[in-house]
Design a protein around this ligand. Sequence first.
Ligand SMILES: Cc1ncc(C[n+]2csc(CCOP(=O)(O)OP(=O)(O)O)c2C)c(N)n1
Length: 784
Amino acid sequence: MLSFDGFRNAVIEDYRIAMISREVSLLGRREVLTGKAKFGIFGDGKEIAQIAMAKFFQPGDFRSGYYRDQTFMFATGLASVEQYFAQLYADPDVKNEPFSAGRQMNAHFSTRFVDENGNWLDLANRKNVSSDIAPTAGQMPRGLGLAFASRCFRSNKNPEAFEQLSHHGNEICFTTIGDASTSEGHFWETINAAGVLQVPLAVFVWDDGYGISVPKNFQTTKGSISAALKGFQKQADTNGIHIYKVKAWDYAGMCEVFEEALQKVRETHQPALFHVEEVTQPQGHSTSGSHERYKSPERLEWEKEWDCIKKMKEWMIENGLASIEELTEVEAAAKETVKEARNRAWEKYVTPIKEQAEQAATLIRQVMVNDIDKYNAIQQMANELASNKEPLRRDILRAIAVAIETAPFSPSAEELKALRVQMLEENTSLYNSHLYNEGAKSALNVPEVKPLVAFDAPTVNGYEVLNKYFDALFAANPKVYAFGEDVGYIGDVNQGFAGLQEKHGKDRILDTGIRELTIVGQAIGMALRGLRPIAEIQYLDYLLYGLQPLSDDVSTTHFRTKGQQSCPVIIRTRGHRLEGIWHSGSPMGVVINALRGMYVCVPRNMVQAVGMYNTMLQSNDPAIIVECLNGYRLKEKLPDNLLEYTVPLGVPEIIREGTDVTLVSYGSTLRIIQDATDRLAAEGIDCEIVDVQTLLPFDLNHVILQSLKKTSRIIFIDEDVPGGAAAYMFNKVMEEQGGYKWLDASPRTLTAKAHRPGYGSDGDYFAKPNAEDVMDAVRSLMAE
Ligand SMILES: Cc1ncc(C[n+]2csc(CCOP(=O)(O)OP(=O)(O)O)c2C)c(N)n1
């Protein structure tokens, strides 16, 4: 409850923030059009709705939004105008641009989730923003996961253990999306999953009528997302989501609806969607085009009339909350505030570059060269560099390189070379770092612990190794959750979790709908909030459905926040070899190229797989672990120290020693190769087999090179298509390890055919490398 004056002041403060945000949009666009920034996308037209929404965003809550949310960020105090402009200029200094250290386009926000050592901060007491991504609707699956984590925290039997991460699951995830992006499957899958799961997800749809130029009647059934969603609407006796309609210019109306509805979301965990209608876009979609090209004069006129800030101003005056003079003053002050912040951001961004430009220009001027034309050209280049008001780092490096090329023997060329090296080093840390964790939480720094296999260790089926491991894991680590299709009640299609739901609870080991995309999203949100999800994709063939968030979101999280957020999801899947077109896939080339930023583990058996789970769970890096589909019923010796032993990443294992040929492979193919090498031995050919164990990272210590030095012959074998992961391994060993120097015969790859295998065992035999293929390849290599 506020006094009238208190209320009045709060409203004027809201108006001030709206005006500041509008000025940011106007000035931001100008910065792009005058060439100081490359691209701009702004939140004008959405100011008032976001101010209303921000009022109910509490410490502990999360935002999973998109590039229109600058006003929300200003209103919650999570972004300053200066930081906003720093991002517009792509300032790589994280102190100036804390959202992405200049790595993301403007208006892609985030807040810090982990400290420098990779420990989770007290997110329960902070307002949290998961790092935005540009692919439209990409924020939806992650939003589901952030909300789902609240459910996990609320149902956890040991909430004190998570005090720093959650207050009993009272946190809402606020998700924003443009009306056109609701056409994406991501939106529908998320809404359905939220309706089924009943999670505290609040979705705000900013409906400005267009997706760039395409109007909403081309986007949405019935031209209205709230109308199209009617069947999802929660009734008293059903699950589903609550749906509200509000107008983007109705400040008072939105405050009222949001307050009550969000309180309900928080308390009941029932999701809600707010269809915010009559949103305008005063400057059009972005700096890349003009909206006059696709909006009618009437629409443009209507947008001016129904501008949300104009309407708020009218409302304030009508209700005696402020005079025109007062508001004019607020407007003028906002202009000034934004200009000053812009100037500060620019100075901070450009000063270090100018200093380096000056330093380089001084050295370039000292270059000695006999040819007067060349001398003059160099002097001119130095002067241009020193006087450039908007120099880029690449301009400096180019000028240095040109000077060295022109006068390689000049004394100052040495200094220029040293400056170049220094700049390249510095810029590597600015532009190329943090793809993975680099410190204590790096998976590469997890110490190796060998499995202890007792003399009389029991021999069990592969799936039983996993089952016993998961049982122990769930008893020991309350942060671990597992979910996916058929993972809960029957304990996954290969029984890795058989009986474990009953033992460890339906809230920890869960069935999901058939929805790989949001299974991944669920994992992302949980991982960001400090849990340790193991998300199952039933077969590797179906990973493609969930690949987009793994590639665009998980793989880039650490990089695009410069290490301020970590997303340690573990994707558990099974693949390589079974039957038919969609249960036999091994598209590892796709996986390793789409998922730089994740680790890719390809264990040959379940004992190795367990070691990889243990390694990953000790780190903050995300990974995919591809179990062998045909390995669950193979017999393995059960180690004693199931929870302790680790498999180091990037360390191949030589599983058969030999002197004639090195055969490099992974996963199920190794068993085919073993059959072949046993038979080749009878012919007197002695093969060495290397199991690479992980494709990302790949053979960090060049174990394969050592083998090649011994054998001088090498074949890379897998079940991927030609040019896939076998070609990747080939490239790594030949180029990175310099393997070509040790060859006595041409190096080869042996892969599956380009087509997928026909159904049945013969389909497999004639499509994938079989033992006879391996033997032929080895014999022909030996005959060279
Ligand atoms: C997956 C994907 N497809 C296309 C784009 C290019 N794109 C960027 S924004 C946009 C329109 C989005 O419209 P809407 O969802 O209504 O949001 P608005 O920009 O109007 O706020 C498009 C097509 C993209 N970023 N991602």
